[in-house]
Design a binder for this molecule. Sequence first.
Ligand SMILES: NC(=O)c1ccc[n+]([C@@H]2O[C@H](COP(=O)([O-])OP(=O)(O)OC[C@H]3O[C@@H](n4cnc5c(N)ncnc54)[C@H](OP(=O)(O)O)[C@@H]3O)[C@@H](O)[C@H]2O)c1
Length: 290
Amino acid sequence: MGGALLTRWGDACINEKEYSRNLPNFFSVIDRSPNADIGSKALSPPRFQAYASLQKFADELSQQKLPAPDALLLAVRPKQVLPTLNDARHLLAPSASVISLAAGLPLTRMRYALKANKNLSTPLFRVMPSIPVAIGEGIILIASDSKREQESSYVRALFAPMGRSVFCSDELLDKGTGLWGSAPGYLFQMIHAFETAACELGYKPDQARLLAFQTLKGVGLFAEKQHTEKNISPQELVASIALPGGTTEAGLSILNDKKTGLVPLMQITAQLAYQRAQNMAQEIAAEEEK
Ligand SMILES: NC(=O)c1ccc[n+]([C@@H]2O[C@H](COP(=O)([O-])OP(=O)(O)OC[C@H]3O[C@@H](n4cnc5c(N)ncnc54)[C@H](OP(=O)(O)O)[C@@H]3O)[C@@H](O)[C@H]2O)c1
């Protein structure tokens, strides 16, 4: 996910002035993999600089070769967030924002970790992006325990090139992680299901794929346009094309089943994914107690 965000920031810095001027002047990327490569055109120095370790970045900072960071973005796995924050916190001024992408690690837990290290006033954010941020078409849930507008507008501007953001409570971000953050996984699977069904009917695989991609894209765009321009809801759209005795109605008799149809299926899916986020939080807490 860190790579997807970086790719998009790189594109926005080069090609999109409306975003570029509100983005940071420098992105320092700590990528410890031996073949770290942020050398693509979009991510080239001097605006983007890669460091193979936090220590190497700290060295340059201490030699004043770099300005003090405005923000630290933690794009590591949930269990690595607190240890990484612990390693990096001494490099941050109290006013620098800390932004975590991690599922299952609540703001209260991060605030507690910062308090233990006397970073009491650090602006703290959780951000839950979906993978289409890489092409500027993601969704981004943002939660914070900061009430200061200035700090929120910094994060809002940072994520503006990524797609559409919604500010919500930390609890709602947690509950929505397995729905919105994981939704691309569910919809990729939906594309696969369309393809499989089409191939079984006799379509060639490349035809099935093209039809599935275009169907999902077109339906999303069309539904939104109908809503914004005519205030027509998706449910009304269903009714408008599911004519009595027609093919859509026949198909919907399966997908609308009260027990096994799409709505209950998505509710169970979201609940199960939320349970997983809660379990992850417990696993992180257990890890810390060791
Ligand atoms: N994937 C998604 O769609 C998605 C959506 C929303 C939120 N998120 C959140 O985004 C975070 C990252 O997820 P991911 O799927 O991108 O995982 P990932 O592919 O495993 O990426 C995590 C990266 O962090 C690096 N890393 C770990 N510790 C580090 C350290 N101390 N210093 C520098 N780099 C370090 C890892 O490097 P090594 O390979 O060397 O360990 C790895 O490249 C998670 O917290 C996840 O909950 C992901």
